[in-house]
Design a protein around this ligand. Structure first.
Ligand code: HEM
Length: 297
């Protein structure tokens, strides 16, 4: 069985950084992906940090065509709902998520990564994430309730055995700014209608408005994903770093279309938060990373 990148399932860390890079003009795509793969593969348990690395789907397919997950493509077009609400497409070439127990470790992890990729790619987006009151997002609601249990998550969100890219996953990285003053002007009961769950204990509302976030992304309709979101930012400027893994890009993208109100009502949460970025990355299995490092150019 293909071994996934372990950091996808490494919970309990409080400090995070999300780094997105573009290839330098004239850089050799294969050499760049190889440098990333070698960096990911040499991570040691003594670094006290988890690394999850991803590659723009088309770039991965160019370098490792036999390991390209079916239907995985980049975030090349904005997602626009019927009323014009838009989630922008800000695809980059490479992404790395560093997570650890402390911010200094995460910072060092970012420096080591940019050093390893020097000459191949430059850092173009960097966000520090942090856990908020253990499992809340910055709306004050519990985030992750409907995630698959740890024992089930690999089976739910990794590309299945027998398919190209088995043991890999598709990552959606999307930074959402919160309009906190508008949000906190709502009562708890009004906020609960927006999310579709109770605020203190995350119980699903019955009835649940069809505009509720949990209704617009209902996994019984779209399929299972694993969310590893964190808060980011400062008092002046903050929000949610959405970090979602799925075996299929279409599961994530169908959720985004549903949230934007492409073919139905728009997600009420999008009236208080707005997407600033959006990109898909193939997160190859360890086996597929190793395979490209052992092939002669
Ligand atoms: C500002 C951004 C977001 C915030 C603050 C947020 C917050 C939440 C909260 C509080 C819940 C309810 C508790 C839970 O089950 O975890 C939830 C559920 C969920 N969210 Fe989000 N979310 C955001 C963006 C997204 C995006 C972009 C997607 C999909 C691409 C998504 C997919 C889901 C899914 C699948 C569920 C569980 C639905 C179910 O099956 O009940 N969320 N989210």
């Amino acid at each position: 069985m293909a071994v996934p990148q372990h950091g996808i399932f490494a919970f309990g860390t409080s400090a995070h950084s999300y780094l997105e890079l573009d290839l330098l003009p004239g850089a050799d795509p294969r050499a760049a992906v190889l440098a990333l793969a070698e960096h990911l593969l040499q991570a040691s348990t003594m670094q006290a940090a988890n690394l999850v690395g991803g590659v723009r789907p088309e770039l991965w397919a160019q370098v490792a065509p036999e390991s390209a997950p079916v239907g995985a493509t980049g975030f090349t077009e904005p997602v626009t709902g019927a009323d014009g609400f838009t989630m922008p497409a800000t695809q980059h070439d490479l992404a790395v998520w560093v997570s650890a127990g402390a911010r200094d470790v995460v910072f060092d992890g970012g420096l080591e990564l940019t050093g390893a990729l020097a000459g191949h790619a430059s850092l173009v987006e960097e966000t520090f994430g942090w856990s908020y009151h253990r499992d809340l997002d910055l709306t004050g609601f519990i985030d992750g309730t409907e995630n698959p249990a740890l024992a089930e998550a690999p089976g739910a969100v990794l590309v299945p055995e027998g398919e190209p890219g088995a043991g890999g996953s598709v990552l959606l990285l999307q930074k959402w700014a919160h309009e906190t003053a508008v949000w906190t002007a709502l009562s708890d009961a009004e906020q609960e209608q927006v999310i579709g769950r109770t605020k203190t204990d995350s119980v699903e509302l019955d009835p649940r408005p069809e505009t509720a976030h949990a209704a617009r992304t209902d996994q019984d309709e779209f399929g299972k994903i694993l969310r590893r979101n964190t808060g980011y930012g400062t008092v002046l400027d903050h929000g949610t770093m959405f970090v979602g893994f799925s075996a299929r890009r279409s599961t994530l993208h169908d959720m985004l279309r549903s949230m934007a109100g492409v073919d139905g009502p728009r997600d009420a949460l999008t009236r208080y938060t707005r997407a600033l970025t959006g990109a898909y990355y193939v997160v190859p299995s360890v086996d597929d990373l190793r395979a490209i490092t052992s092939v002669e150019a």
